[in-house]
Design a protein. Structure first.
Length: 244
């Protein structure tokens, strides 16, 4: 079996590490990639084809793990070249998911939940072709949500509504504590109620958010677009904070 990768960030790199089998090989392309990504691909020692069209055509499973902004464009451009499963792992809205399904014949909406470079993330999937991916449970905890495209996308948005807003609040609160020269004490008193390890997890969350603020902002924009008729006061405030 051949798994093709469009995008080679943390998600793809960890999948290559976790799905280790003599019966499964990974392919990708250096086409249009940054030098940093080229180096990561070369270090992984997976097979490299000349173009992503070739990657799509060769793949039994084609995985798109790029960014919310490029997910639909990637599906339009390369989805037509694959006869296999097309698995989208981007943090996109259900609206985008439904648009992608128009361009791909065997579409599965998916999400990696948990720290993406950990040894124990969970892969959630939905769509009528989900059963074709359940063999991955041998390598990564794989859970089917439903046969309905969009359900995983909604879950991703709901999760991001909480996590991204909380991250923005943590950033602001820690900045205030730092200005008061009470940052260590701030995390100490919070740990009394939030539990052991809270400080380390919070600092990791803050750093991750700051280092990928553009992508986090895109995810918040997807939430605002999909839930436009709902009260999104906190989400909009979080987006404003990240854009600063």
């Amino acid at each position: 079996m051949i798994i093709g990768l469009i995008g080679f960030g943390k998600v793809s790199r960890n999948l290559v590490k976790l799905i280790s089998s003599g019966d499964i090989s990974f392919v990708t392309s250096l086409e249009g990639r940054s030098q940093k990504t080229v180096n990561a691909i070369n270090d992984s020692e997976i097979q490299v084809l000349d173009t992503f069209e070739e990657v799509a055509a060769a793949s039994d499973i084609l995985i798109s793990a790029n960014s919310p902004k490029s997910a639909l464009q990637v599906a339009r451009k390369y989805g037509k070249f694959t006869n296999g499963i097309y698995l989208d792992l981007n943090n996109i809205s259900p609206k985008t998911t439904f648009e992608i399904s128009k361009h791909v014949s065997k579409f599965i909406d998916g999400a990696i939940i948990g720290k993406i470079d950990s040894n124990h993330p969970i892969l959630y999937v939905c769509g009528k072709f989900c059963n074709d991916l359940l063999f991955l449970d041998e390598y990564i905890d794989t859970r089917k949500i439903s046969d309905s495209i969009g359900d995983v996308a909604i879950l991703k948005l709901l999760r991001s509504t909480y996590t991204k807003t909380l991250s923005a609040l943590l950033i602001e609160a820690s900045e205030l504590a730092d200005d008061c020269n009470l940052k260590e004490e701030f995390f100490e008193v919070l740990s009394l109620t939030e539990g052991d390890g809270f400080k380390e997890k919070s600092i990791s969350r803050i750093n991750n958010t700051l280092n990928s603020s553009k992508r986090k902002s895109e995810e918040l924009e997807e939430i605002i677009d999909y839930f436009e008729n709902n009260d999104l006061t906190m989400v909009k405030a979080a987006l404003k904070k990240l854009n600063q």
